[in-house]
Design a protein around this ligand. Structure first.
Ligand code: HAM
Length: 426
């Protein structure tokens, strides 16, 4: 009989084994570190009204034009979230967090969805870890956020992360709108030499010409006017202060005039983290200020800044760095011979787990020898050996699985104490 072969959809992944462990580690370290910096967790739905994304990310962006998973179950148009900022700001407004009269710091993690061409480090369902600090224009906050991202990579064991920084100015006439016109004037005489995509975006989204990946466009972009040299005085001052504060925090950066980011809500500071293990998709995270977004979504004018880090790309860099490559070791494995001993071991494992230890046993009727092999494969730190005869005498053997570790037969009552002697930090 032919069995159906079900496979994960192209651009989606299963996580298990050592990679699954790395995933867990990436998330648990984020929860710990972000709490240290005063961020509270927010969980928002994986789908929202399509308008929310069109309004925040921008109708003329690749994400909204080509990459969203949009469906209409009735008269509504819904979209699987392609990123987390829009939902976080929607929740901020919906639940009156804007009335708290202060800086609101939120963090999130979860799956995001973009219909991009899958390749190494680029998926259609991917995961982000992100922070959003809503309510302050202080350039010191820009520096704190960027250095938080760098701290995070350090904590998960990723070295060699690069930092690119730029400012794309604000919406004031003399700032970005004027710069946009300058760019168009500079490009217009050579428009035919740019790629089709850049030509199509010339009127609607000319800034993206700067970060086009086509070599010919990159070369032409070199001589175009730079946004950081065309900021209004307030944005220029803000950018200088953010850069100084970053250097004071020990975070060297590369000023990259071609960094404009692919989402329309950005204003002023924008940044990207890069890693050499990633190849073409080398952005391991990115973010920036989005001072106009809260207002765009119906709130008061509120400055804000945040970032999102791509978990898949973090996992690639962690693997390259050899971080957490083996499974998390099991503390206790219980091996048995005989039915009564097997039953007793199931009860003992439950008590060990209740005492906070990780414990497991065989449920497939393996021989004692095979169970010991399994304990080794599971990287158990300590192995209990119990036969029906020992059980009758009220005894159990506790074996230290470290190289050269000994074993001792103790009373069943003393077994937890013996285990604690063997485990590092008891
Ligand atoms: P983004 O640059 O679009 O920014 O995404 C952030 C990170 O998510 C990227 O640097 C990358 O690591 C990862 N990423 C993006 N697309 C994919 C994909 N298809 N496959 C795998 N990883 C991917 C944002 O999403 C903004 N919401 C960040 C932000 C937060 N800005 C302010 N607050």
């Amino acid at each position: 009989m032919n069995r159906p072969q079900f496979r994960a959809i192209e651009g989606t992944r299963d996580y298990f084994g050592p990679e699954g462990d790395r995933f867990d580690k990436a998330l648990s370290l984020a929860a710990e570190l972000f709490r240290n910096y005063g961020y509270a967790r927010v969980r928002t739905p994986v789908f929202e009204g399509t308008d929310l994304f069109a309004r925040s990310i921008g109708a003329a962006t690749d994400i909204v034009e080509k990459e969203m998973y949009t469906f209409s179950p009735g008269s509504d148009s819904l979209t699987l979230r392609p990123e987390g900022t829009a939902g976080a700001v929607r929740a901020y407004l919906q639940h009156g967090m804007d009335k708290q009269n202060g800086l609101v710091k939120l963090w999130y993690e979860g799956p995001m969805f973009r219909r991009e061409r899958p390749q190494k480090g680029r998926q259609r369902q991917f995961h982000q870890i992100g922070v959003e600090a809503i309510g302050s224009p202080d350039p010191l906050l820009d520096a704190e956020i960027v250095s938080l991202g760098l701290r995070y990579y350090e904590r998960v064991g990723i070295a060699g992360v690069g930092l690119r920084l730029n400012s794309i100015g604000c919406r004031k006439e003399e700032c970005r709108p004027r710069y946009r016109r300058l760019l168009q004037e500079a490009i217009r005489p050579n428009l035919g030499r740019f790629c089709k995509n850049c030509q199509a975006r010339f009127e609607r989204n000319v800034l993206r010409t700067l970060d086009c990946k086509i070599p010919q466009c990159r070369e032409l972009a070199q001589s175009l006017p730079k946004s950081h040299e065309n900021l209004c005085p307030e944005c220029a001052e803000h950018f200088a202060a953010a850069g100084e504060a970053l250097l004071a925090l020990g975070a060297p950066f590369v000023l990259d005039p071609t960094l404009v980011r692919g989402l329309d809500y950005y204003a002023r500071t924008v940044f990207e983290f890069t890693h050499p293990a990633l190849g073409a998709q080398n952005a391991i995270g990115g973010g920036g200020r989005y001072d106009g977004l809260v207002e765009e979504l119906g709130g008061e004018a509120t400055p804000a800044i945040g970032f999102a880090l791509g978990v898949e790309r973090i996992l690639i860099a962690m693997e390259a760095a050899g971080t957490c490559a083996c499974s998390i070791p099991l503390q206790v494995f219980g091996a048995t011979r005989g039915k009564a001993a097997h039953r007793a071991m199931a009860g003992l494992a439950a008590r060990l787990r209740a005492a906070g230890l990780s414990a497991d046993l065989d449920y497939q009727g393996r021989s004692l020898k095979a169970q010991l092999r399994l304990a080794n494969r599971r990287n158990a730190m300590c192995c209990l050996i119990l036969g029906d005869d020992e059980l009758e005498r009220g005894e159990i053997t506790v074996k230290d699985m470290a190289e050269g570790g000994g074993q001792a037969t103790v009373s069943l009552f003393d077994c937890l104490e013996k285990i604690r002697e063997i485990l590092p930090c008891g």
